[in-house]
Design a protein around this ligand. Structure first.
Ligand code: IPE
Ligand code: IPE
Ligand code: MG
Length: 246
């Protein structure tokens, strides 16, 4: 039996977050330039987005570019920004056909204006789709987001619009870029690395982590199904004892 058949459709994670990693190593292993790995990675984005929508996942959030990725060679950063524009222009039709809404989290103001405009247009063009939301984390980092939220709340307190005593979990979460999404139940990272690299630090507080040695361009629909199956067979205790859960 394949993993897709083993998945319990009534217990799907609503929200899956993915750290798409290993494009460069995938290309290097083939004797190709890193950018070819990013091109192959785009195909995986399409494949996994469609697979998530098909199975009934409601939110898919992909780490596409971190605030730290600006430190890569300019050539690679430029290639990634161009690839983003090219991909968005091409994929909007497919997103609309599949009723997938596009969103973004991160500081878009720092992107080259062509990339930012392509992103804004794609968001607008897919705004009415309601089958699944695909969020691209672009120029994103968890610490940036938490710092921004703290600044927003501090400003409100200073203006007298907020009593600091009222700040709690929910109020803080409402100030984050993900305010209108549930927290991811499942985080997947490809390429064998087992770190968060500044991704969704607040939101992943109680998520199940799934690491695979596969590089992102090699990550197939069946691998996604395996990750979901393994997630479904974990016991999520949230601080309780095993006996309390059963
Ligand atoms: C992930 O692949 C894509 C981005 C970070 C944009 P990498 O480019 O990090 O590939 P590796 O980790 O160097 O193999
Ligand atoms: C994390 O991958 C960022 C994205 C996937 C966009 P990196 O490849 O940049 O992470 P590190 O540098 O290995 O931690
Ligand atoms: Mg990497």
């Amino acid at each position: 039996m394949n993993f897709e058949e083993k998945i319990d459709k009534s217990k799907l994670p609503q929200h899956i977050a993915i750290i798409m990693d290993g494009n460069g190593r995938w290309a290097k292993a083939k004797g190709q330039p890193r950018v070819m790995g990013h091109r192959a990675g785009v195909k995986t984005v399409r494949r996994i987005t469609e697979a998530c929508a098909k199975i009934g996942v409601k939110y898919l959030t992909l780490y596409a570019f971190s605030t730290e990725n600006w430190n890569r060679p300019a050539f690679e950063v430029n290639a990634l920004m161009r690839l983003l524009v090219e991909t968005l222009n091409k994929e909007v039709k497919v997103l609309n056909k599949n009723k997938i809404q596009l969103q973004t989290i991160g500081d878009l103001s720092k992107l080259p204006s062509r990339s930012r405009k392509a992103m804004e247009k794609a968001i607008e063009d897919t705004a009415n789709n309601n089958r699944m939301r695909l969020t691209l984390a672009l120029n994103y980092s968890g610490r940036w987001e938490i710092t921004e939220a703290a600044r927003t709340l501090a400003q409100k307190a200073k203006n007298g619009e907020l009593d600091p005593k009222d700040i709690n979990d929910d109020l803080f979460a409402a100030a984050l870029t993900t305010h209108d999404m549930p927290d991811p139940e499942l985080l997947i990272r490809t390429s064998g690395e087992t770190r968060l690299s500044n991704y969704l630090l607040w939101q992943l507080a109680y998520s199940e982590f799934y690491f695979t040695p596969l590089n992102w361009p090699d990550f197939m629909e069946e691998d996604l199904h395996e990750a979901i199956y393994i997630y479904q067979n974990r016991e999520r205790r949230f601080g309780k004892t095993s006996e309390q859960i059963k």
